[in-house]
Structure formats: structure tokens, C-alpha cells
Design a protein. Structure first.
Lengths: 301, 319
């Protein structure tokens, strides 16, 4: 298995593309940092007793010669630690939301494309309606309902699953449309006819025969969608609709420091911002490479 | 001999916005157990649609408008899709033209074969694999246990078609419908595949409906032949008789058009082309291309009748 992978064209073409290798390494580092945040952080930002308000707004080490490498925010939290935990939350929301989008979108797209006719029309109109609401609107709408229902304190506890739900719910039409388009092309092929002639059930033909053949575009949009979901989370948190301030995500960190940028504490916003840019950029560049690699029409020589 | 398949007055139409085109018109034939029938005609004559309508799988907007398909004492044309699925791939298998297209590119052939067995037989996965290997050996694929783990792209065209045949054999069907099984293959492989099909039909006592436009193949493999033109059978009889002594002017034209061994002689052709389904002439569909065409040919549709030579033909001018 490993030998097969090492000799594959996939690896060869990957290693020949410095942009792909570079963005993969950056992404790998960011993911590892987020994954091992509890080990690497100097402070637990969720633990109020570890934070000292007297440490507030200390500049990064190379300026202040303090003990905080990237400085601290207004509450005295270590920026380095909050970034690690924040990247963790952002990635978790990104991946969770994309998983939800993918499940919803693939089911709708597959059924819509395979069944056709009235079912297709109905499902696609629902998709269009969903597309016409921006994710921010959906978030504001559900957020308002939820916050009145469970209270602000209660909201803080379920903010993460809520964001996964909101971003997942509002972006699934991308998947539904992509999958439907591929299914329409695939179902005309003879192997589908052959599967029907063999006497297989429609559900089996859909999931076992057609779906694997439509996964290429799904893989490509998945990378872009993870980046988009991370961005959406950051934007929602920045607007105060996402993660609460005591549970740092990259977006809420940027927001918490934003007010102090002009008063001199630029590091509070800058470092989480840089991490966000690096994260989204590396995912997008990797997605671009994947798209080029998987598209035989775009082979470079 | 007992009858395996009895197609009676089968009519298949394709729905248009406010009318319907008749793709298969009042087709009747029977096939005995273990018998091989050739279905010949030009492109668009309705051969493939006839094949698909036997297993009740005419793709939309086509539908079976009339007639019955008796098989195993049941009329397949009236079975529900659920019941039909138990017949398809089980008692009746189908082989398609292009083996590149009929195997799913992302699944190993083992997966595809096991899946077929499990869809119809109540056996374990290991037993299903054993059946798959047994059938692969029947189509002369070496080391089947290794082959089961491979993907379709790892096989040559001829091997792939043999695998497709093996898949068709998995459930020991009583009838195989082969829709131009060799058209996409090169000539040497064609002969190999046809020999294999013929051998399997004989050893397994399977019925075969061979849909093709190659009269050479038909004469080698089949016992009976039905010649189709514009959706109808125009001539039906023993292959040997039809090929050596064709009755219907269309069949005669077809046989005369075969290239002869002597080089340099001009190829015969039937003047004109087959009418579009929407523009089939009144009376005999062949009347505008026929040298015998007379009064009745332009007014009444000829019925398939037994002619003096012993074959059935649909022509007013033949005795």
C-alpha cells in the first residue's frame, strides 16, 4: 500500500509543485499546532485562574522582553496560547460544517440527479431558495432565536455546535449542485445501465456505483469549502454572532483586539489575523492544486 | 423442445409532446430453451429497443404500448419493477457493446461480481467469491483470485468483454441478450468472443438473443434469425435458410450487399436509406426502396406469413 502510494503519479505530481508542497507544509504545521494546543500552550485561556489582568496588553517579547512571545490581550491572555486554541476551534467548526454540508448536499444532489423529474425540480428549487439566503442572515436569524431561548450564558455552551449547524445549513447547496451535475453526466453511462440490467436496487446503484464516480469534484470543493467555512466562522465571530469572547476562535480573537489596534496594541489582532490568512490561503492553494491534478483537461506538461 | 421466451405482438413507443413514435411495431417471435436467435437490422431498426423491452427496461420516454413477453410462465411486460429486478441479471442477463463502459471504473471486478451474486442469491461473501472465480475460469481468465482484486482499467478490451460475459453467467441465467457484444472489439478478438459465447451457450444450455448488424456472425452462431426493418420483423426463419435463400427484398438486398471474396467487383447496395421513425410510409415500410413495390404495398401493411420456402416474411409480393 505504502509502496503503491510512493510510486504513484499523485505523489510525483505533488512533489513537483513547490506551491502545493509549501502550502501543505504550512497547513500541516497549523493543524499540528491546533491539535497539540494543550501541550504547546503556555497557558489555558479557558481557565480564568491562570489569567492575570495585570499582564494585560503586554507587547510581544522582542519589544517588551516579557515572558509572552506574541504578547497578551486586554484580559491578560497569552496571544500564542489563544491562537493555538482559537485555531483549534476554527478548524473544528470548519471541518464540522463541511461534513454537515457534504452529507446534506450529497444526499440531495444524488437523489435529485438520479431520480430526475418532479423530485429533481422540487429539490433544486429548495436548493435555490437556500442559496438566496446568505449564511450571515441564517446565522443572525437562528442566533437570535437561540439566544432568546437559552439565554446568553446557555448560548456560550452550545456556540460551537450552533456555528457548525449554521454554516453547514447555509452552504450545502454548493454540494447539491455539484453532485447533481456529475450524477447527470454519470447516469447516462453504460455501467449504470449495466447495473440496472444486473437487477441492483436503485439505492445501491446511487450510493455504490454513481457516488464514487462523482467524488472528484466533491473532493475539490471540499477543500475550498473548508476555507470558506473557516472564513465564515471568523466573519460571524467578528460580528459578534459566533464564538463568545471567553472561548477564543480566530475570528473572536481578531474582534477582541480590533478596538485596540489604533491605541497601540496591534499585536492582539495582527497575529490571529496572520494565522487566519495563512490557514485559508494554504487550504485554497492546496485545493487549486488538487483541482488541476484531478482535471485531465488541465494537464500541464 | 419447450419454449423459453414467447414475445407476442410487442409494441414499444416513445412518447413525444403530443404523439408517440413507434420504435418496435408488433414484433412476435419465440425462443426455445438453449436456442440461439439473431436479431439483425440497420442502426435504428429497433433491435436494441426490442432487447431492452424483453427485460422491461426501455429508457424514458419509451414504454411498452402493447403485447406480452412470456418467460418462465409469466408476462414480463406486466411485472412490477420490484419483481422484474429479481428476473434481471438472474434468469436473464444482458451483455453490452462496449466493455470499456459497462464495468464501473472505480470498483474492482471482484466487488462488481460479488455484488451481482449477492443481489440474487442468499449466499455468504466467500461463497459469492467462489462462484465469481468459477465463472472467470469458464471464460478463460487465468489466476482469477488475483484478477478479482483488479480494476477494469487493468484489463485489455477482450479480457474486459470476457469479464462482462462472466458477470452475465454468475447466476446461471436461462437467457442471455447480447447487444452487439463484439462491435467495439477488433476483428481477431471478435472471433474469440463469439466462439466463447457459442461454447458457453452449448455447455450451459443457455438461450441467446444476439443483436447485431453482422450477418457473418449471425450465420456462425445462431439457429434462427429475425431481420428487422423500421421497427418490424420483415423476415424470420432458420438462419441457414434465411442466409442461403433470403425471401424478403430487404434481406435479399442485405445479403447481396455482403462483400464477396473476389476483389475489384462493385459492392451492391440497397438504394435509399431507412425512413426516420416519424416518416414511415403508408403500407409496407420498405415500399420506397423496394424493386417489387406495387399497389397493395402502398396501402396495407404486410403481415408476417409463412412463405413457400418455409420462412416467415412480411411481403405482399411473395408467395
Amino acid at each position: 500500500m505504502w509502496k503503491k502510494f510512493r510510486e504513484s503519479y499523485f505523489l510525483y505530481s505533488f512533489l513537483r509543485d513547490p506551491v502545493a508542497v509549501g502550502s501543505f507544509l504550512i497547513l500541516l504545521v497549523l493543524v499540528l499546532l491546533a491539535l497539540f494546543a494543550p501541550l504547546l500552550a503556555t497557558q489555558n485561556p479557558y481557565d480564568g485562574s491562570a489569567i492575570d489582568i495585570l499582564d494585560a496588553e503586554i507587547a510581544p517579547r522582542w519589544i517588551s522582553h516579557g515572558k509572552f512571545i506574541f504578547g497578551t490581550d486586554v484580559q491578560g491572555r497569552d496571544i500564542w496560547s489563544t491562537i493555538l486554541y482559537g485555531a483549534r476551534v476554527s478548524l473544528l467548526i470548519g471541518l464540522g460544517a463541511v461534513a454537515l454540508q457534504a452529507v446534506l448536499g450529497i444526499v440531495v444532489g444524488l437523489v435529485s440527479g438520479y431520480k430526475g423529474g418532479k423530485i429533481d425540480s422540487i429539490l433544486m428549487r429548495i436548493t435555490d431558495v437556500q442559496l438566496s439566503f446568505s449564511s450571515y442572515m441564517v446565522a443572525i436569524f437562528f442566533g437570535a432565536i437561540l439566544q432568546t431561548a437559552v439565554g446568553v450564558g446557555g448560548y456560550a455552551d452550545i456556540a460551537l455546535p450552533f456555528l457548525v449547524f449554521v454554516i453547514g445549513i447555509s452552504e450545502w447547496p454548493q454540494y447539491a449542485r455539484t453532485v447533481r451535475a456529475s450524477v447527470l453526466a454519470e447516469k447516462k453511462k453504460e455501467y449504470v445501465e449495466a447495473a440496472r440490467v444486473i437487477g441492483l436496487k436503485p439505492t445501491r446503484i446511487m450510493w455504490r456505483h454513481i457516488l464514487p464516480n462523482t467524488l472528484t469534484p466533491v473532493l475539490v470543493i471540499s477543500t475550498v469549502q473548508v476555507a470558506n467555512a473557516v472564513m465564515s466562522e471568523a466573519a460571524l465571530s467578528f460580528l459578534g454572532l459566533g464564538m463568545p469572547a471567553n472561548q477564543p476562535s480566530l475570528g473572536s480573537l481578531i474582534k477582541s483586539g480590533f478596538t485596540y489596534v489604533l491605541s497601540g496594541s496591534w499585536w492582539i489582532t495582527l497575529f490571529p489575523g496572520l494565522v487566519l490568512v495563512l490557514l485559508v490561503l494554504s487550504i485554497n492553494l492546496l485545493g487549486d492544486w488538487l483541482r488541476d491534478f484531478l482535471n485531465p483537461k488541465l494537464y500541464k506538461d | 423442445m419447450d419454449t423459453l421466451l414467447d414475445v407476442r405482438n410487442l409494441t414499444v413507443k416513445f412518447a413525444l409532446r403530443d404523439s408517440a413514435l413507434t420504435a418496435v411495431n408488433n414484433v412476435s417471435f419465440t425462443l426455445n430453451r438453449g436456442e440461439r436467435l439473431g436479431l439483425v437490422g440497420e442502426s435504428g431498426a429497433g433491435k436494441s429497443v426490442t432487447g431492452f423491452s424483453i427485460i422491461n427496461l426501455v429508457s424514458k420516454p419509451g414504454f411498452i404500448a402493447d403485447g406480452s413477453v412470456w418467460f418462465d410462465g409469466r408476462d414480463l411486460a406486466t411485472l412490477s419493477q420490484e419483481e422484474m429486478r429479481k428476473v434481471r441479471g438472474n434468469r436473464i442477463s444482458m451483455i453490452f457493446q462496449d466493455p470499456m463502459m459497462t464495468l464501473n471504473p472505480v470498483l474492482t471486478i471482484g466487488t462488481q461480481m460479488v455484488e451481482t451474486v449477492l443481489a440474487h442469491r442468499n449466499v455468504s461473501k466467500a461463497e459469492a467469491e467462489a462462484i465469481a472465480m468459477d465463472k472467470l475460469r469458464k471464460v478463460y481468465i487465468n489466476s482469477p483470485e488475483k484478477r478479482l482484486k483488479q480494476y477494469p482499467h487493468e484489463f485489455s478490451g477482450g479480457m474486459r468483454q470476457r469479464i462482462v460475459i462472466a458477470i452475465a453467467l454468475l447466476t446461471d441465467p436461462a437467457l442471455i441478450i447480447a447487444d452487439e457484444p463484439t462491435t467495439a472489439l477488433d476483428v481477431t478478438i471478435q472471433a474469440e468472443i463469439m466462439d466463447l459465447l457459442l461454447e458457453l451457450c452449448r455447455t450451459e444450455d443457455m438461450g441467446l438473443i444476439l443483436i447485431t448488424h453482422d450477418l457473418g456472425v449471425v450465420s456462425q452462431v445462431t439457429q434462427k434469425v429475425a431481420v428487422m426493418y423500421a421497427g418490424s420483423i420483415v423476415e424470420l426463419g432458420e438462419t441457414e435458410q434465411v442466409c442461403s435463400n433470403p425471401q424478403h427484398p430487404y434481406t435479399r438486398g442485405l445479403i447481396a450487399a455482403l462483400p464477396e471474396a473476389a476483389t475489384g467487383s462493385r459492392l451492391n447496395q440497397i438504394p435509399g436509406s431507412m425512413p426516420n421513425l416519424a416518416e414511415i410510409p403508408v403500407g409496407c415500410a420498405f415500399n420506397n426502396r423496394c424493386e417489387l413495390g406495387k399497389g397493395a404495398c402502398f396501402t396495407t401493411v404486410p403481415q408476417l406469413e409463412r412463405k413457400q420456402s418455409g420462412v416467415f416474411a412480411a411481403c405482399h409480393e411473395l408467395e
